[in-house]
Design a protein around this ligand. Structure first.
Ligand code: FAD
Length: 282
């Protein structure tokens, strides 16, 4: 596998914009706990169909004002060149310098994302409009994007985003480390040298995880599915198994040169902190 160790280790945490006042208060606590680990940045998602645009901005400003860099996700869905230009200007005015650029998930019935069809077009536009100002992260799919016509085409499409000017990538979550190592080898063979940070999804329950994995194309290996199902309502056993499994995965990734880890926190600190403690990252 490519040694990605030449990059400094990058740890980042992903939030979604809270939907309620209660959620906002809880996120403040979660943010404060995770900020103690001195992450590279916090990222904030952009709801399907652009539904949380203002909330993404508010959450990012709130986080950035507390001293750690924040990276808003920005998607092509329902976007025009004019409104993306305005959003970029707003981010620049607020001193936000990192962006996670995505196509976004299309709401059912929508066939095309809008003026930008794919993330590579968005990356290209950001570079044209703002030069090197933003550090741009893009998504990568070691287990292949669910709508891709083939694994080879999907990889070519990933390379388009890198060629358009992405500085780093964050992967969809996975539980097969070999899929990531294979992807990194392929990057090396194709001259892609940007850091590709594994996306990590802690396991706290399984019905939602199975449903979500089905939609986003993350493979849950049969042995893992059977084990999780076998715990039934015994939540403590699900969590203990999930902690063992995910911390072992993270350790293996880091030991083999992964440049850091990006945690899909689901706005909770405890599962992520437990994993990092196992990894001795405090
Ligand atoms: P793209 O890179 O554009 O790829 C989408 C599909 O089109 C792929 O199948 C690809 O092979 C194909 N393709 C790409 N370029 C071309 C081209 N030029 N010609 C032909 N085919 C092409 N979704 C949200 O709605 N909000 C979020 O905040 C969000 N955050 C995410 C964060 C991370 C780290 C990840 C991994 C995913 C996130 N997603 C989010 C989900 C993401 O938006 C979906 O997976 C979406 O379906 C694809 O987005 P993308 O940027 O990878 O798209």
């Amino acid at each position: 596998m490519q040694s990605q160790t030449k990059h400094p280790q990058l740890f980042s945490f992903e939030f979604y914009p809270p939907k309620t006042e209660e959620g906002a208060i809880s996120l403040h606590v979660v943010h404060a706990q995770l900020a103690k680990l001195n992450p590279d940045f916090f990222s904030v998602t952009f709801g399907a169909g652009g539904s949380t645009r203002d909330k993404t901005l508010d959450t990012v400003i709130d986080i950035q004002s507390q001293g750690v860099a924040a990276a808003p996700h920005l998607s092509c869905v329902a976007s025009t060149k004019d409104n993306i230009r305005a959003i970029l200007k707003n981010y620049q005015d607020k001193g936000i310098a990192k962006i996670v650029a995505l196509r976004g998930d299309l709401p059912s019935g929508m066939l095309s994302a809008g003026e930008f069809r794919y993330a590579n077009e968005l990356v290209d536009f950001i570079r044209q409009e703002t030069g090197d100002y933003f550090q741009i992260h893009v998504a990568a799919y070691p287990e292949v994007h669910p709508q891709a016509t083939s694994a080879a085409e999907d990889f070519k499409n990933f390379k388009r985003k890198v060629d358009a000017g992405a500085n780093a990538a964050i992967t969809q979550y996975f539980y097969n480390a070999d899929a990531y190592f294979y992807f990194i080898d392929n990057c090396e063979k194709n001259g892609i040298t940007i850091p590709i940070v594994p996306g990590i999804m802690p396991i706290t329950q399984y019905t939602q995880l199975f449903r979500f994995s089905e939609m986003c194309g993350a493979d849950i290996p049969r042995w893992m599915r059977k084990r999780l199902e076998g715990f039934g309502d015994d939540r403590a056993s699900v969590q203990a198994f999930g902690l063992d499994l995910v911390s072992t995965l993270c350790q293996r990734l880091l030991d083999n040169g992964a440049p850091g880890l990006h945690f899909y926190t689901m706005n909770q600190s405890v599962p992520t902190l437990a994993i990092l403690e196992r990894l001795n990252i405090k």
